[in-house]
Design a protein around this ligand. Sequence first.
Ligand SMILES: Cc1cc2nc3c(=O)[nH]c(=O)nc-3n(C[C@H](O)[C@H](O)[C@H](O)COP(=O)(O)OP(=O)(O)OC[C@H]3O[C@@H](n4cnc5c(N)ncnc54)[C@H](O)[C@@H]3O)c2cc1C
Ligand SMILES: NC(=O)c1ccc[n+]([C@@H]2O[C@H](COP(=O)([O-])OP(=O)(O)OC[C@H]3O[C@@H](n4cnc5c(N)ncnc54)[C@H](O)[C@@H]3O)[C@@H](O)[C@H]2O)c1
Length: 462
Amino acid sequence: MANYDVIVIGAGPGGYVAAIRCAQLGLKTACVEGRDTLGGTCLNVGCIPSKALLHATHQLHEAEHNFATMGLKGKSPSVDWDQMKAYKSDVVGQNTKGIEFLFKKNKIDWLKGWGSIPEAGKVKVGDEVHEAKNIIVASGSEPSSIPGVEIDENIVVSSTGALELKKIPKKLAVIGAGVIGLELGSVYARLGSEVQVIEFLDVITPGMDAEVQRNFQKLLKKQGIEFTMGAAVQKVETTKTKAKLTYKLRKDDSEHTIDADTVLVATGRKPFTDGLGLEALGVEISPRGQIKTDNQWRTNVPGIFAIGDAIDGPMLAHKAEDEGMAAAEVIAGKHGHVNYDVIPGVIYTAPEVASVGKTEDQLKEEGRAYKVGKFSFMGNARAKAVFQGDGFVKLLADKDTDRVLGCHIIGPGAGDLIHEICVAMEFGASAEDVALTCHAHPTFSEAVREAALACGSGAIHA
Ligand SMILES: Cc1cc2nc3c(=O)[nH]c(=O)nc-3n(C[C@H](O)[C@H](O)[C@H](O)COP(=O)(O)OP(=O)(O)OC[C@H]3O[C@@H](n4cnc5c(N)ncnc54)[C@H](O)[C@@H]3O)c2cc1C
Ligand SMILES: NC(=O)c1ccc[n+]([C@@H]2O[C@H](COP(=O)([O-])OP(=O)(O)OC[C@H]3O[C@@H](n4cnc5c(N)ncnc54)[C@H](O)[C@@H]3O)[C@@H](O)[C@H]2O)c1
C-alpha cells in the first residue's frame, strides 16, 4: 500500500496525459492500467493501429493508381497481410513503450491491474489498497453493438477485431457510416475487399457539414465503396465462415439481405466503467452511461474526477488529453481550461476530412448571419501535383464582424490544415487576419488562405 496525491485509473490519452501533468506539477502520482500495455484504446486498438493501416493501404493505392502516370513503371506491390499487421503492431509497440518511458521519466508508478474505488480516497488494485487524495477516472469506452447483432470478433467484428482480421475479406459489410466505418472501410476497399456500408441515416458522418458529407460520400463511392442509406439493420446471422445481414429500408419498410465474409459493427462506442464500483460510491451516471462531472471535471463525490470517453462530449483522443491536462491543473490548485468550441474532428481517409467550429446548419439554426469563403483544391498547384485536387476548404465567418466561426475541409492534409483555423479561432481572429497572413507557396495551406480571401474581396486562383 502506498499514499499518493493522485491516482489515475486508466492509461489512455486522457489518463496518461493527466498522470504526466500531475507529476510535472509536483504531485505524487500513480496510474492504474489493466491492459498489458499503456496508451488505452487509442494507442492499442484505435487511433494508432488504424492510421498505420490507412498509411500502408494509401501507399498501395498510390502505387496502383498514380505511379505509372509519374513514370514509375513496373508491377504494383502485392499485399503481405501478415507483414502489414506486423508493421502496424510494431508502430503500436513503439508508441506504448514510449508512454512507459514517459512514466519512468516523470516518476509515475504504473499500478498494473484492474482498479476499483472501495471508498473515496482509496483505490484497490488486486489485493492492494492504495490511498489517494484525488482520483481521476479515465476508464474510456468500448464498442457498442445494436440489437440482433452479436460481436464475436471473428465473423462479426468491432473495430478491434477489424484491425486483426485473419485474412482480407472478399466482401465486408460495414454497419454505420461514421468515422470508424469509413476509415476501416477505406482500408479494406484499398486492399481489394468489396465494401458495402449500411447506414441508418440518409447522410454519412452525422454532425458534419452537409456539403462535406455529400462530397465525401461521392469521393468514397468513386473509390469503390458502396452505400446503402436509410437502412435499419435487423440482424446478422452467422455460419462458421459467413454472415447474412438483414436490413429494412426506412423509406418503404422493405426487407433485404446481403451475404458477407465479415461484418464490421461501427455504430458507436459507449463509456466503460465496469468494475470501478461507482454506483456503490454514489457517483452520478447519465442515462447514456457517462460519468457526470461539473465544468472542472469533478464528479459529485469529493476527490473523484472523471475525464475522456467516460464522460460527456466527443469521443476523441485530443479531447481526452485536454481534459487530462486541465483536471491535473485543477487538482494542483491552478486553472484548468478546455475550449469545447474549438475541438477539431478529423477523418483520416484519402482525402482527409477535417472540421472545427460551427457548421452552416448550426449557424442557420442559431439565426446568425454568416458568410462563406470556399476554395477548391483544383486551384491549388501542390494538390494537383499529388493527384489530390478533389475537395475544398470552406471557411465560415460572421457576416458583420468577419470573425471566424468554423472551417470544413475535405482534401489533402486536411487534418493538419485545420489547426491554422483552430489557432485563429482561439485568438478570435477574423477571416481577414487569415487572408493577410503570408502562406508559403506551393503548399496545401494556401487553399485555407484562399478560402479566407473568398470571405472578403475574393480568392486569387478561383
Ligand atoms: C478504431 C478507432 C480509431 C480511433 N481513431 C481516433 C483518431 O484517429 N483520433 C482520435 O482523436 N480518436 C480516435 N479514436 C477514439 C480514441 O481512441 C478515444 O477517444 C480515446 O482513446 C479516449 O481516451 P480515454 O483516455 O478516455 O480512454 P481509453 O483510450 O479508452 O483508455 C482507457 C483505459 O483505461 C483502462 N481501464 C478502464 N477501466 C480500468 C480499470 N478499472 N482499471 C484499470 N484500467 C482500466 C482501459 O484498459 C484503457 O486502457 C479511435 C477509436 C477507435 C476505436
Ligand atoms: N478519426 C477519428 O477521430 C476517429 C476514428 C475512429 C473513431 N473515432 C471515435 O470513435 C467513436 C466511435 O466511432 P463510430 O464510427 O463507431 O461511431 P460514430 O458515432 O462516428 O458513427 C456511428 C454511425 O453508425 C450509424 N448507426 C447507428 N446505429 C445504426 C444502425 N442500427 N444501423 C445502421 N447504422 C447505424 C450512425 O448513424 C452513425 O453514422 C466516435 O465517437 C469517434 O469520434 C474517432
